[in-house]
Design a protein around this ligand. Sequence first.
Ligand code: TNX
Length: 512
Amino acid sequence: MRLTRLSVAAVLALPLAVTPASAGPGPRPQPITVAGVLPAPARVSPSPERFILTPATTIAAEPAAVPMAEQLAAALRPATGFRLPVSEGGAISLRFDNAITGEGYRLTVHPDRVELRAGTPHGLFNGVQTLRQLLPTAIESDTVQQAEWTIPGGEIEDTPRFAYRSAMLDLARHFHTPDEVKRYIDQISRFKINYLHLHLTDDQGWRIQIDSWPRLTAVSGAPGTGVRGLGGGFLTKSDYRDLVAYAAERYVTIVPEVDMPGHVNAAQVAYPELTCDGVAPKPRIDIRVGYSSLCAGKEVTYRFAEDVIRELAVMTPGPYLHIGGDEAHSTPHADYLRFQERVLPLVQKYGKITIGWQEIAAANPGNAIIQYWNHEAEMPETAGKVIMSPANRAYLDMQYDLLTPGGLHWAGTTEVDDAYSWDPGDLLPAVPEGRVLGVEAPLWSETLRDLDDIEFLAFPRLVAIAEIGWSARSDWDSFRTRLGAHGPRWTRQKVRFYSSPQIPWLRESAAR
Ligand code: TNX
């Protein structure tokens, strides 16, 4: 298993608590200002003015901005108890401005009005997320609260550094229900994460309905599959489409992954013809990797790959399809190349752009997007763009330290400053910033059963990766101060998080 990468002696020699880059608690959380936003906006100018939401406040939106105005109103009504009707006039206004591009937005807060401007609905959505963070923490309650609903004054002009800012959830090792995935989407989209990669298949389970190969889920999505036999379940096509739509309302695009030619034991349990000798392997409930492989010499392999890719492409409106390709340790190299030569064109044939783990870079993948993960391995040069998710920085399933529950530590332990203190633009000398599509924070589920387990590992580190992907500059002291102030929001939302000793105010403020 992966844990052997780090010997026990080496693990014991690691310091238990990593000393933060700058010690001490850092500045005490200040009242909310436009400078407190996570991830940090491109340009911020605070002013001493403020806007106060009242029972008479209305929200103005031009017709195409009405859905986003309704989303804003729906977010603010439960805690304020105000009607906040959306109409043509109002003190809070959402409008389009062609001078603003892509995901960018401009938010201006005056004493008598709040103006949100963007070039696209996605930009307005991003501005709404910022606006929500500017209101008092009580806004996160789902029942009416007595509070002064102040929005601090000033101006924010914002735009992302990278186009692709992603989180990944592994549904194969332990299945996570559609409701759990939705709750995760709610959270990640607050921080302007705009892709969710779903790892849907692996040795222990197959979690997505494929009509032409029904035993994949009937057998390998059944109860009793998954790590220790405790991770059964799968997404029907209608569950999947519903998730895609839910994510789209929050400007999150789903990227589905079927992992091939390794990590396929569950598929072979259901269809023994997918092995070279035709003998069904045993179902696996352990967490070893690298032992299973599709048979590159059999035609049925390519029929299987094409059927799965076609059905996934049909149910996925987003542009990307991830075909795995990692850790195929039991696929002879020549077979790996032969397999990819046949399978890579299939993704294109069904109209999608390929993403593959860094190993596919060795297989002449043309313009396929490469996902860099193994910081200990070389990455061959390719023409395609790169998603940065180095395991020792961005893997949310690495333990914070050796005493924190959940997760693994084969890539070491990852405190919040480890997750924050790296630059995707100069991580790999051979991949200049212009070839970096963005970042991803993968969360593998070997040790994760429920949403509590997921949230504890994701928060706060997911926010570190979100800021690295969004913000042009990084500043650890500023980041940890803003993060500390976010604790009470998570507490109100009943989101579990790790009270890192590096972020003292996270713990302190959570108690208030
Ligand atoms: C490596 S990252 C894997 C996964 C494991 C993960 C655990 C990658 C492409 N492969 O199979 O779940 O480590 O951290």
